[in-house]
Design a protein around this ligand. Structure first.
Ligand code: AMP
Length: 211
């Protein structure tokens, strides 16, 4: 079963995807994570993507489409969660062609719904591990020791694009480009909506009903 997880930045897509990976052995394809890795590795893709990401803008479609195409091919038919892709209708069209070409389909697109007022707080409170990528939140999921990763003990940092001054641009990109996917997937008859407000486990049990 292949699913798309979408919703505004900070809604908890990464957190819920990690639980699907851990409990259902699905494969997560997170374009945000892949792009951050490319930046950390200093690759050509990373160099091309960095300016857009730091500004809270979407990275050009062709870059992310190529990235996802490679990942889906190497998934070898394992159930996939697409986290952060597609981000607009053009990418959704490319995804549809990609999976069809492999004799597969997107079974469900799950829209995580949240009150916009909660997003700002969630995004500014997010801290990520520099080394293993684990995610925490100062409000909702604090690490056991301040500024230290529970999983590997490395330092926790704030993502550049989680700073207050960039969040507005990310929310605008979401509204202009990503929100139209709601109608797109609804018309395809594969849309499900999940209330993303509440403790992580509660949200997961709501989500689980559609996976
Ligand atoms: P995320 O980790 O999903 O919040 O993504 C962080 C940033 O990576 C976004 O603000 C974009 O700059 C970039 N990004 C991630 N996924 C995509 C995508 N599918 N299309 C374009 N840009 C993306």
């Amino acid at each position: 079963m292949n699913i798309v997880l979408f919703g505004p930045p900070g809604v908890g897509k990464g957190t819920q995807s990690a639980l699907l990976v851990e409990r259902l052995n699905m494969l997560q394809i997170s374009t945000g994570d892949l792009l951050r890795k490319a930046i950390a590795a200093g690759s050509e893709l990373g160099k091309q993507a960095k300016g857009f990401m730091d500004a809270g803008a979407l990275v050009p479609d062709q870059l992310v489409i190529n990235l996802v195409a490679q990942e889906i091919k190497s998934a070898g038919g394992r159930s996939v969660i697409l986290d952060g892709f597609p981000r607009n209708v053009q990418q959704a069209g490319a995804l549809s062609e990609m999976v069809q070409g492999l004799g597969q389909k997107i079974d469900r697109a799950i829209f995580l719904v949240i009150d916009e007022a909660l997003l700002f707080k969630r995004l500014t409170g997010r801290r990520v591990c520099e080394k293993c990528g684990a995610t925490f939140n100062l409000e909702t999921q604090p690490p056991k020791k301040a500024d230290q990763c529970d999983r590997c003990g490395s330092a926790l940092v704030q993502r550049k694009d989680d700073k207050a001054e960039v969040i507005g641009s990310r929310l605008k990109a979401y509204k202009d480009s990503t929100l139209p996917l709601h109608e797109y997937f609804q018309k395809k008859g594969i849309l499900a909506e999940v209330d993303a407000d509440g403790p992580v486990e509660e949200v997961f049990s709501r989500l689980r009903k559609f996976v």
